[in-house]
Design a protein around this ligand. Structure first.
Ligand SMILES: Nc1nc2c(c(=O)[nH]1)N[C@@H](CN(C=O)c1ccc(C(=O)N[C@@H](CCC(=O)O)C(=O)O)cc1)CN2
Length: 295
């Protein structure tokens, strides 16, 4: 079997074209959406993700607000910056790029983002709305990577109703929230959440119609442990830098050979990553549209 490609780059491009039109419509009503990013330190991967987010903004007409803080910024200084963004009318929504340096309390920082400006959908209020609402159309921002997985599969007409999805990874940006999205009645999948502490992971993997690999452990999943014809989304990122050339290479959680095992496959890079970025724009535009509707 040779897997068909779940192409995140092409799908994100199509969504961006739609977003550009929605932003134009907002501007005609006198509203310019603005996305803020808060980057602490100079981690090369985070810098590149943040730069990508601002390039995306430019492409669809969203204003960018960039806050860069030194690695040793104090929690008090960081929280003061978030307070400024919470009160900045030009900022529709913003994100704090993760991971943060170890001396900062990630949970405390995420809670300091106003839930109304939480473009990442990671504030406990918005995650709580996701937990509480099983049926209704949610109007709160949704976590970008999980939403990107769902939209990518939908774009290719893949129906997850009744499918058994095995998620590997329990991080706040993907593993913990994705089950909440996949089990909503509109999607109707059945989800098993596994992680690096799961006993006999291959036993769970063999049962999966769909695998979302998001542990961030290079090549931890052997395609031989998956059903023939599985749908596989590789979301885990391990970035290795060659000390001699300085060139970074990204590795996913799925070991080579997955394209011969799966019916559909989302690679890494080129799969869910570009979807994560476009979902961030979707959250900002939706939030701006909701503000206009409320006025
Ligand atoms: N506040 C947040 N921090 C982080 C999140 C997040 O959703 N919110 N997710 C990741 C990083 N991330 C976005 O911030 C992200 C990761 C990867 C990509 C992407 O487009 N990757 C490309 C490859 C890029 C490359 O070559 O370096 C791909 O997959 O094709 C976008 C966004 C952790 N932090």
């Amino acid at each position: 079997m040779t897997a068909q490609l779940l192409d995140g780059r092409a799908t994100a491009k199509a969504i961006k074209a739609d977003l550009r039109e929605r932003v134009t419509a907002l501007k005609a009503k006198g509203i310019t959406p603005g996305l803020g990013t808060v980057l602490v330190g100079s981690d090369a991967a985070s810098e590149s993700y943040v730069a990508g987010k601002h390039r995306d903004c430019e492409q669809v007409g969203i204003e960018s607000i960039q806050v860069n803080l030194p690695e040793d910024v104090s929690e008090t200084e960081l929280l003061a910056e978030l307070d400024r963004l919470n009160n900045d009318d030009s900022c529709t929504g913003y994100i704090v790029q993760l991971p943060l340096p170890k001396h900062l309390d990630q949970q405390k920082v995420l809670e300091a983002v106003s839930p109304e400006k939480d473009a990442d959908g990671l504030h406990p209020t918005n995650l709580g709305r996701l937990v509480a609402g099983v049926n209704e159309e949610l109007t709160s921002p949704l976590p970008c990577t999980p939403k990107g997985c769902v939209d990518l599969l939908a774009h290719y007409g893949i129906d997850l109703a009744g499918q058994h999805v095995v998620v590997v990874g329990r991080g706040v940006t993907i593993g913990r929230p994705i089950g909440l999205l996949l089990t909503r009645r509109a999607v109707n999948a059945t989800v098993t959440l596994c992680h690096t502490g799961t006993k006999d992971l291959p036993r769970h993997l063999r049962e999966a119609d769909v695998v979302v690999a998001a542990a961030g452990v290079k090549h931890m999943i052997d395609p031989a442990d998956l059903k023939e014809g599985v749908i596989a989304l590789d979301v885990g990122v391990t970035r290795e830098v060659d000390p001699e050339t300085g060139k970074a290479t990204i590795y996913g959680d799925l070991a080579p050979g997955i394209a011969e095992r799966a019916s559909w496959y989302s690679p890494n890079p080129g799969g869910v990553g570009p979807m994560t970025r476009v979902e961030l724009l979707q959250n900002v535009v939706l939030s701006a549209e909701q503000q206009t509707a409320a006025e």
